[in-house]
Design a protein around this ligand. Structure first.
Ligand code: FES
Length: 89
C-alpha cells in the first residue's frame, strides 16, 4: 500500500486551538497550497483535522503519517515538510 498521500492531521480540539492550532493550519495551507480535506496536485500530502488524542499538555499537535508531533511551530513544520518532500514517491 502506498504511503502517499501523507496525511497531515492537525488537532483542532480546545487545548490545541488555544495554543495556536489555527496558525498551524493556516501555515500548512499556505505551504502546501491546499485547503482542509484537500490533497496536493502531486498527490504527496493531504490536510485533515483530528480530534484530541490526549497530548493536550504538548499542544499544538498533529499526526503526520503514522507519527504524532507535539509543540508544533511553523518552523518545526517547515523542517518536517522538507523531510517528507524528500521521500521518493
Ligand atoms: S486538544 Fe489537541 S491533543 Fe488534546
Amino acid at each position: 500500500m502506498s504511503q502517499f498521500p501523507i496525511v497531515i492531521a492537525v488537532c483542532t480540539s480546545m487545548s490545541c486551538v488555544k495554543s495556536g492550532a489555527e496558525t498551524i493550519m493556516l501555515h500548512l495551507q499556505q505551504q502546501l497550497g491546499i485547503g482542509l480535506n484537500e490533497t496536493t496536485a502531486d498527490g504527496r500530502f493531504r490536510l485533515e483535522e483530528i480530534k484530541c488524542f490526549d497530548a493536550c499538555s504538548a499542544a499544538p499537535t498533529a499526526r503526520i503519517g503514522e507519527a504524532y508531533y507535539r509543540q508544533l511551530t511553523p518552523e518545526k513544520l517547515d523542517q518536517l515538510l522538507d523531510k517528507f518532500r524528500r521521500l521518493p514517491m
